[in-house]
Design a protein. Structure first.
Length: 219
């Protein structure tokens, strides 16, 4: 019997591919998405909340937003996230899925936070070879756009480009093909599990510290 699970949703390719995998695993039944938004934008990705809503609609799943101020202390973050997690427990949900791939410290932190609220973290993509995983995503029809790059490690002109074979070929040595170490972040426009693509237009780009971002708007 499948168990209900909520997905931690960043809008990126890893979140979307995690949904793709869970929808094909008889052990799980995705029942919702959970996103943290700082001042109306997805953390790190800086994607507008309206586009998160559009993705949730395309996935056919309810979206629970955790509204965070900016700046936000870790204490405040955990308090607000805790309220959302308690709501999941109250709804009879015992598991939350994350799209992390290899970072042990991040995994341990997520497991610890969830355990405090009686929830278990699940990592459907954990341990996958990221070069193979990136190619599997593309072969499986996933379409995403690069919305943020660390300009100390990548050419800032890559921001706004499609996440595709050309993008992967342009990555310099030492850069993870899935951006697991924060080299870049993406927004998923389509995956097989969406009822329709979430089409976007890239707009103005701007620099925030070492990160180059691009503004997306609905097409």
């Amino acid at each position: 019997m499948s168990r209900p699970i909520v997905l931690s949703w960043s809008t990126g390719k890893d979140s979307a591919w995690m949904l793709h995998q869970l929808n094909r695993d008889p052990a799980w039944r995705p029942v919702g998405l959970l996103s943290c938004l700082h001042a109306g934008e997805v953390t790190m990705h800086r994607v507008d909340g309206s586009l998160v809503t559009a993705q949730a609609r395309a996935a056919g799943l309810p979206l629970q937003e955790v509204a965070l101020p900016w700046p936000c202390s870790n204490v405040e973050y955990e308090a607000r996230l805790g309220t959302a997690l308690e709501a999941l427990v109250g709804a009879g949900i015992g598991h939350v899925a994350f799209g992390d791939l290899h970072l042990e410290d991040i995994r341990a932190y997520r497991e610890n936070v969830l355990a405090r609220h009686g929830l278990e973290a699940v990592f459907p993509l954990w341990g996958h070879d990221t070069a193979l995983l990136a190619r599997d995503m593309l072969a499986g029809g996933l379409r995403a756009r690069v919305v943020c790059v660390d300009s100390t490690r990548l050419d800032p002109t890559l921001v706004g480009q499609p996440f595709d074979a050309d993008f992967l070929a342009a990555l310099p040595p030492g850069i993870d093909p899935c951006g697991e170490f924060g080299e870049f972040h993406t927004f998923t426009e389509h995956v097989e599990d969406f009822s329709a693509p979430v089409r976007v237009h890239p707009g103005d780009a701007w620099q925030d510290g070492t990160f180059r971002h691009i503004r997306l708007s609905a097409a």
